[in-house]
Design a protein around this ligand. Structure first.
Ligand code: GLC
Ligand code: MG
Length: 579
């Protein structure tokens, strides 16, 4: 009898362990959506989007089956970099609303089953942050919260910055502070002094920020500008080395003028990411419920990004943003280029990690501009049929494009610090314009007669309301893709991704006992005849069209032989096996 009970116990434990490892965490096949709060929806008529605006429109996120939304910064800020210059990490800026507004947003989100992710900016604060003000006064508690240096005295006696380092937003990375009689380091804007991560108090203060918002009910964080968190360690005299220059860039104020070997991707950066994750894990233990996540922003080499996931014994970010489809392909890329980029990520991930695909954000040109206006649906099909997590930027689901903005109307500091000749290649304003809800006053974004950035001229054609009513609009293609993602095959299945010809990418998704799906994307304007049996095994003789776009003549539900499929110019389809 005892023997049998023991067997039963071990057997039950075995089953429990097996099902635990099989159960996916909520984020593993989730659809994320980035909201840029200034431009999503304005509720109080000041021409700037706000938290109540987001709350009002949360049902829209539900309509397009979004699992979680990450919000660009909503914290107190002088807005030198539109919120990425944080003056108080645990307060809401009045332009966006109040803490109560945020709590209401969380409550509504919970009711609808949409998770809220905040933007966490660890690298720097605003120069108007109390910490910096106190640091400049050499307050004993805060004096080492930032990176200060008296500079170098040149041969003719003038004082010079400690190094030749250049800020991401042009010019020296060092600015003189009269009060402290020292230079402070800022990797970005002069109003964004870098925090000193060699100071354990800084690390703890920033971890407290994570704890504060998790306890309020957020599901996790997008972590800003991670590669910039550390600079190389100073030598015994407290000095740093200059960075070597980059022969291809002539302008000595341009960030690209130097190779950033001492100011980005320092090995200590990874430890900070692991420590932040550890904080979340402790909170997971304490609070129970759904796992909290980190999504890190780093435009770093692949081998570095793979370490963001963790180092085997220590966990890192669940979602180190994967920008391969954002940075490494362009309008001229062929199917082999895409295949290679996709495989670079899939084949290099540490065992047990989950892939993610980011196709846009508030810093980069929109899909239509980067990859072609007639490829918008095709790119969304790619994003949504690849395995793992998908991340869309607001407006990409309706095919918003970059809005051309004059020098006079430009507000992005990255552009304003350049010149009338150069600002267009640097400005991020064109992708931050008001969201296009309908064809009414200011596209339904605001009641105001002015908006903080100009509205796109095409809003009467490109808006949510109109696209709801058009069968194969970008919006409806996106919604159908979201429905498809809800199937077991797409959420749990395996993936085979390959170039079928120079123009056609194929993605097969399959799971034992479930229907198989194949997404086909014709990147260019040639007619392509495809024998899918040659490309992928285990298909049924006939396949069914599950999804088509406005480039197709076929309709949903049509059947086709797997060995003779014709793809029209820029067509993207999803086919399913017949079951
Ligand atoms: C990140 C943000 C960008 C910001 C910068 C400095 O790259 O995405 O918008 O300007 O960090 O915080
Ligand atoms: Mg407002």
């Amino acid at each position: 009898m005892w023997k049998f009970l023991k067997f039963l116990l071990i057997f039950t434990l075995f089953i429990a362990a097996a099902s635990e490892s099989a159960a996916n965490s909520w984020w593993e096949s989730a659809s994320f959506y980035q909201i840029y709060p200034r431009s999503f929806k304005d509720s109080d008529g000041d021409g700037v989007g706000d938290l109540n605006g987001i709350t009002e429109q949360l049902s829209y996120l539900k309509e397009i089956s979004i699992t979680a939304t990450w919000l660009s910064p909503i914290f107190t800020s002088p807005m030198a970099d539109f919120g990425y210059d944080v003056a108080n990490f645990t307060e809401i800026d009045p332009i966006f609303g109040t803490l109560e507004d945020f709590e209401q947003l969380l409550a509504k989100a919970k009711e609808l089953g949409v998770k809220i992710i905040l933007d966490f900016v660890p690298n720097h604060s605003s120069d108007e942050c109390e910490w910096f003000i106190k640091s400049a006064k050499s307050d004993p508690e805060y004096k080492d919260f930032y990176i200060w240096h008296p500079g170098k005295i040149s041969e003719n006696g003038t004082r010079l910055p400690p190094t030749n380092w250049i800020s991401v937003f042009r010019g020296s990375m060092w600015t003189w502070n009269d009060e402290r009689q020292a230079y402070y380091l800022h990797q970005f804007h002069v109003k964004q002094p870098d925090l000193n991560y060699n100071n354990p108090k800084v690390r703890e203060a920033m971890k407290d920020v994570l704890r504060y918002w998790v306890r309020k009910g957020v599901a996790g964080f997008r972590v800003d500008a991670v590669p910039h968190i550390y600079e190389v360690a100073a030598d015994a005299e407290g000095n740093w080395p200059d960075e070597p220059s980059n022969p291809s860039v002539a302008d000595p104020a341009d960030y690209g003028y130097l190779q950033h070997i001492y100011t980005t991707n320092q090995p200590e950066t990874l430890d900070v990411v692991y420590e932040f994750r550890q904080v979340l894990k402790e909170l997971d233990e304490e609070l129970g419920g759904d796992e909290h996540i980190l999504m890190t922003e780093a435009y770093s080499p692949l081998d570095v990004l793979m370490q963001y996931y963790g180092n085997g014994s220590t966990d890192g970010a669940q979602i180190p943003f994967n920008f391969v489809l954002l940075s490494n392909v362009n309008k001229n890329s062929n199917a082999y280029d895409y295949e290679q980029q996709i495989h670079d990520w899939l084949d290099n991930m540490p065992a047990g990690s989950v892939a993610n695909w980011v196709l846009g954000n508030h810093d980069q040109s929109r899909i239509g501009i980067r990859l072609g206006v007639d490829r918008m649906d095709l790119i969304n099909v790619l994003l949504k049929t690849l395995p793992g997590v998908s991340v869309s930027y607001q407006g990409e689901e309706i095919g918003m494009t970059d809005v051309s903005i004059s020098w006079e109307e430009t507000v992005d500091p990255q552009a304003c610090q350049s010149s009338i000749e150069e600002f267009e290649s640097l400005s991020r304003d064109p992708v931050r314009t008001p969201f296009q809800w309908n064809d009414g006053h200011k596209a339904g974004f605001t009641d105001s007669n002015t908006t903080w950035l100009p509205l796109a001229e095409d809003y009467k054609l490109v808006n949510v309301k109109r696209q709801r009513g058009i069968a194969n609009s970008h919006l409806n293609v996106y919604k159908q893709l979201q429905n498809l993602r809800a199937t077991k095959t797409m959420s749990d299945g395996e993936a085979e991704v390959k170039a079928i010809s120079e123009n056609v990418i194929g993605i097969k998704r399959f799971l034992s006992g479930e229907r198989t799906y194949v997404a086909l994307l014709n990147l260019n304007d040639d007619l392509e005849s495809i024998n899918l049996n040659d490309a992928f095994g285990d298909l049924t003789v006939e396949l069914e069209y599950i999804l088509v776009t406005d480039k197709s003549v076929r309709r949903k539900g049509d059947k086709i032989y797997a060995d003779s499929i014709v793809m029209l110019p820029k067509e993207a389809v999803v086919l399913g096996t017949i079951v």
